[in-house]
Design a protein around this ligand. Structure first.
Ligand code: AMP
Length: 186
């Protein structure tokens, strides 16, 4: 079962997904991590992606869809796969639904937090794309291209919202309870 983790940069999607993966054995697929690994290896895809990432822009949809599709071929229904950082555009969401067995995402967890909290977290984290200028651009790109997915999944009745300006522990408990509930309702 594919679970979409949605929310602005700095909301803690990656932290939460890594913890659930470590403690519960759930699968975690981070498109940002995949791209950073490609960039580190210096592959053509990685070099192309690094230019977008360094500016805080999105990597083009066709590149992203091709990259993710291979990873989604074999997702057992009873096992959660936390999809962290994908989809980030409506085109990606449609492409995702086209390759999900059964054709629909049944759970999207939306991590929401006020901008000042997000900016403070990102600047503390200190990744190369976490400079103030790039962070501001990433938030603007999020508002423009990714935030419409909140309404997209809400309209499908599959959106659950988690307040992400709380402790890692509290958010983890709420997220895992939501996922367990969706698994039980299959
Ligand atoms: P993240 O680690 O999720 O914050 O992603 C870091 C960067 O990777 C983003 O700022 C984008 O440049 C790129 N990226 C990751 N996932 C996607 C995606 N689904 N679509 C386009 N670009 C992405």
């Amino acid at each position: 079962m594919i679970i979409v983790l949605l929310g602005p940069p700095g909301a803690g999607k990656g932290t939460q997904a890594m913890r659930a993966a470590a403690e519960r054995g759930w699968r975690h697929l981070s498109t940002g991590d995949l791209l950073r690994e490609e960039a580190r290896l210096g592959t053509p895809l990685g070099l192309q992606a690094a230019a977008y990432m360094g500016r805080g822009e999105l990597v083009p949809d066709d590149v992203m869809v091709a990259m993710v599709a291979g990873h989604l071929r074999s997702v057992p229904d009873g096992q959660p796969l936390l999809l962290d950082g994908f989809p980030r555009t409506l085109a990606q969401a449609r492409a995702l639904e086209a390759c999900v067995p059964g054709g629909a995402i049944r759970l999207a967890v939306y991590f929401c937090a006020p901008d000042p909290v997000l900016v403070a977290r990102l600047l503390r984290r200190g990744r190369p794309d976490d400079t103030r200028e790039v962070v501001e651009r990433r938030l603007a790109v999020y508002r423009e291209s990714t935030e419409p997915l909140v309404a997209y999944f809400r309209n499908r009745g599959v959106l659950r919202t988690v307040r992400a300006d709380r402790s890692v522990e509290e958010i983890q408990n709420e997220m895992t309870a939501i996922v367990e509930e969706a698994l039980a309702a299959r």
